[in-house]
Design a protein around this ligand. Structure first.
Ligand code: NAD
Ligand code: ZN
Length: 265
């Protein structure tokens, strides 16, 4: 039977909120999946919205492993723009709400597609960065990892490996590279009864397929987004909606709303 998504709009329609809190309390193992939307209010634009990086640098043209290998100077134009958008930013109330939930013992794992390090900066400890991180550069020839330096983000020289002098790339997963931590993510989700999905358009695989792993075992999906997505509308895999509770609005409002009520004993 098709699922009916329960919508919660802070301040105007919180009818389903008490039920969402009660059902969260009843579940012992909760995982979190985040995307670019959770960091938008920290000042990092997501990729797809107007002004986002994909509107300036098409992914096929700049973000593949092949492009880096063929023309690292061109690929670094995108990496520099991404690095500069992340430089100096701070976590926001949504990152902090997740860290508080973890401190209370209620989060098994935060799986993030983001490369900005803001979950860790907010105090989350069990974070898996499935698309890598932008705090390090990585040598694809010898595996060397070093910190991203401010000098990498200015000028137009391609940074080189300290060990073998090969051009390095940021330690982010490019199209054409395998995502990180899938085994660990999958084992964790197999134990989880509820998934909080925050600020992801659910268009990038394999992240977009993770909610199905929880849902197929009868787990619950709480989604936090400013607009409906493939999970809410039900177009992932062409099936019906996967979301049980849809918190519509900015994640800095909706996540603290849920977490504050949950932690209030
Ligand atoms: P996306 O850009 O495809 O989707 C972002 C989603 O966030 C959208 O559904 C949008 O409606 C929603 N959103 C925007 N503002 C929001 C807010 N204030 N509160 C709640 N939701 C909000 O992002 P994605 O699904 O993460 O996929 C894009 C890829 O780009 C990812 O692989 C990620 O690695 C990368 N990326 C990372 C960063 C970062 O590290 N901060 C930034 C941009 C892109
Ligand atoms: Zn090297």
């Amino acid at each position: 039977m098709a699922k009916k998504v329960k919508v919660i709009v802070p301040g105007s329609d919180e009818g389903h909120l008490a039920e969402a809190v009660a059902r969260l309390r009843a579940r012992s193992t909760v995982a979190v999946l985040t995307g670019a939307g959770i960091s938008v209010e920290s000042g990092i634009p997501d990729f797809r919205s107007p002004g986002g990086l994909w509107t300036r640098f098409s992914p096929e043209e700049y973000a593949t492993l092949d492009v880096f290998k063929r023309d690292p100077a061109k690929a670094w134009k995108l990496y520099r723009a991404l690095g500069r958008s992340i430089e100096g930013v701070e976590p926001n109330a949504a990152h902090r709400a997740l860290a508080r939930l973890e401190s209370a013992g209620s989060v098994a794992m935060v799986v993030t597609q983001n490369v900005d390090g803001l979950h860790q900066a907010a105090g989350s400890r069990k974070v898996i960065e499935m698309h890598g991180d932008h705090q390090h550069v990585q040598c694809v020839r010898c595996g060397w990892l070093g910190p991203v330096a401010p000098s990498h983000l200015v000028g137009d020289e391609v940074p080189l490996c300290a060990e073998c002098s090969h051009p390095v790339k940021p330690n982010v997963v490019l199209f054409g590279e395998a995502v990180r931590g899938m085994g660990e993510i999958s084992r964790c989700l197999d134990q989880c009864e509820l998934l909080l999905v925050v600020g992801t358009s659910a268009q990038v695989y394999p992240a977009a397929g993770l909610p199905a792993q929880i849902e197929s075992r009868g787990g619950l999906i709480y989604e936090f987004n400013v607009e409906e997505t493939a999970l809410t509308r039900g177009s992932v895999f062409g099936g019906s909606a996967q979301t049980d509770f849809f918190f519509r609005g900015k994640a800095t409002i909706t996540l603290p709303l849920l977490v504050d009520l949950f932690l209030e004993k």
